[in-house]
Design a protein around this ligand. Structure first.
Ligand code: GLC
Length: 572
């Protein structure tokens, strides 16, 4: 298991000029490597493609990129099933290609965060293979959660936990002698066995993994399912939902596989380890727990730097709900001295241009993904998505963007069943649509093969016929495009220091209007269905052209105004 953590022979290119706490107001752009840019034309995106396209992200104006997993993997869960933590999957390139991505990014002033998957590995990982080959009660098995089954012959799973992707969270193994034997725990797919974080071997293994990547020059880690590493002693039955959310009789905070007290010691240990490499390397938690005060536990001073704000991600386009989640976020994260993060889309959820297009929000209140026949109003979705982005980019704190949202991409709903890859779809027999629709390779050039994703025209998921209009080259030439809005908003946010600013609500006459001042900017978002008065001298930004006209702000629009100095705006 020993990992060679020697620094790269050539040394990573200098990181961007060190600046205290760069992450507090950073805009981080998530790259899903399979679908960003494909350098070798085999239909799967890769690191060569990413390296070549990084200048476009610098032009967009983000501060960092987060790369979803590129490690060797059987790809049973989009690379979140890792079979080697210290290498690159040949489908994505080589370690040298990764080094080039880091160097090109740094040369463009971009930091690089990589995805770390510590809750589980792939069942192809040598540690799990060794565990299968070893007897019960061995040190090898103690690195995972192996248990004897219940029932007379051990034929029943050890407890009632369910997998996120459906079915029991336990799979029974065939012992080396050919007999049915113990069971192992997997909160996700059976090919993703959970590590046992009480094992010293697992702790030291991940210490070395961290050092391996830090020595290569990465600027931090997004930590996958960061709330699940430590399980309650004895692995008790629970009966509640697989995702740890509350259900009748099962309060979410009691879920025995999430948010256990011991998990925080792991991140304190990692924080200390990162700091040995200087003050600028960061950890960001994917800790999907509610309410926000619980998520804030991951970003206490000695733990991680950032945590994703799932409450904001899931908030509807509704003024009361949004104001509440913004207030609660600032209070919860601020209460432990951390910035809030803001996010509208990622590789696990329906793209927000499509979420906001729902005609009837109740229509798809459950499950992942939308069915192709979901009633949608795409124009309204696009308009609201732009307004939501303009609102988000004016908030103080850090922001996570997901590749393609700057192009206004909608979810792809009509992927044929036989071309879907997501285990949510496959394990539920199609009952859950899954996440493929937000993972379709993104369009760069309107008139190139695969819209410039590569030169060959092949694509691991089919791209829709009408995507030319979203291509980056078309939008780059169009001053009113979604790409132009993002570029302008990011530049203005930076110049005016909005990410490092603060928020003061001001009174709006309508309950469906949000208005706040951040530094020199007055932000007004109209979530009602009619124009509302919005008077100010200088318009800094409009979410759609002509949003402000004759002193009125159009519905489903956001505008930034130069806040009148010493304004008479009333606190609201
Ligand atoms: C995280 C990832 C998701 C993956 C899961 C299991 O939630 O974002 O894509 O399926 O963890 O690793």
């Amino acid at each position: 298991m020993a990992i060679d953590v020697a620094p790269r022979a050539d040394g990573p290119a200098d990181t961007p000029v060190p600046q205290r706490d760069w992450w507090r107001d950073a805009v981080v752009y998530q790259v899903y490597p399979r679908s960003f840019a494909d350098g070798d034309g085999d239909g799967t995106g890769d690191l060569m493609g990413i390296g070549d396209r990084l200048p476009a992200l610098a032009e967009l104006g983000v501060d960092a990129v987060w790369l979803s997993p590129f490690y060797p993997s059987p790809q049973r869960d989009g690379g979140y099933d890792v079979s080697d933590y210290c290498d690159v999957d040949p489908a994505f390139g080589t370690l040298a290609d990764l080094d080039r991505v880091v160097d090109v990014a740094h040369a463009h002033g971009l930091r690089v965060i990589i995805d770390l998957v510590p809750n589980h590995c792939s069942s192809d990982h040598p540690m799990f293979r060794a565990a299968l080959a070893a007897p019960p009660d061995s040190r090898e098995r103690a690195r995972f959660h192996f248990r004897d089954g219940r029932g007379e012959h051990g034929e029943l799973p050890p407890n009632d936990w369910q997998s996120h992707f459906g079915g029991s969270a336990w799979t029974r193994v065939t012992e080396p002698d050919g007999r049915p034997g113990q069971w192992y725990l997997h909160l996700f797919d059976p090919t993703q066995p959970d590590f046992n974080w009480d094992s010293e071997d697992v702790l030291t293994f991940f210490d070395e993994v961290l050092d391996f990547w830090l020595a290569r020059g990465v600027d931090g880690f997004r930590v996958d399912v960061a709330h699940a590493l430590v399980k309650a002693p004895g692995l008790p039955d629970w009966g509640g939902r697989a995702d740890g959310a509350s259900s009748p009789g099962f309060p979410g905070h009691e879920a025995p596989m999430f948010d256990q007290p011991g998990v925080h010691a792991v991140y304190e240990r990692w924080r200390e380890r990162l700091e040995r490499w200087g003050p600028d390397r960061i950890l960001c938690a994917e800790a999907n727990v509610a309410p926000l005060e619980r998520a804030a536990k991951w970003v206490r001073p000695r733990e991680m730097h950032q945590a994703f704000n799932f409450a904001y991600l899931h908030a509807p386009w509704d003024a009361v709900a949004l104001r509440r989640v913004i207030d609660e976020s600032l209070a919860a994260f601020g209460g432990v001295g951390a910035p809030s993060t803001w996010v509208l889309s990622n590789h696990d959820v329906v793209r927000h241009a499509t979420r906001f297009a729902l005609v009837d929000a109740a229509h798809v209140a459950h499950g992942h993904g939308f069915r192709a026949d979901t009633p949608l109003d795409p124009e309204r979705g696009e308009r609201r998505a732009r307004a939501a982005t303009a609102l988000m980019l004016a908030l103080p704190g850090a922001v996570y963007l997901y590749q393609g949202e700057e192009l206004g991409l909608p979810e792809v709903l009509d992927i044929p069943d036989d071309q879907r890859h997501d285990p949510y779809f496959l394990r539920s027999g199609g009952a859950v649509v899954g996440r493929d629709g937000c993972r379709v390779p993104i369009p760069w050039e309107a008139h190139a093969p695969a819209y410039g994703f590569n030169g060959s025209g092949s694509s691991w998921l089919p791209q829709p016929a009408q995507w030319a209009r979203y291509a980056r080259d078309v939008q780059g030439a169009e001053p009113t495009s979604t790409l132009a809005l993002y570029t302008h908003a990011l530049a203005t946010r930076k110049v005016l220091g909005l990410g490092a600013g603060s928020l003061r609500w001001v009174r709006a006459d309508e309950p469906a209007v949000l208005a706040f001042v951040n530094g020199e900017v007055l932000v007004v978002a109209n979530l009602s269905d009619h124009p509302v008065p919005a008077e100010a001298d200088e318009i800094v930004l409009e979410s759609v052209p002509g949003a402000v006209s004759d002193g009125l702000l159009a519905p489903d629009a956001t505008a930034w105004f130069r806040a009148p100095a010493g304004t008479g705006l009333t606190e609201g």
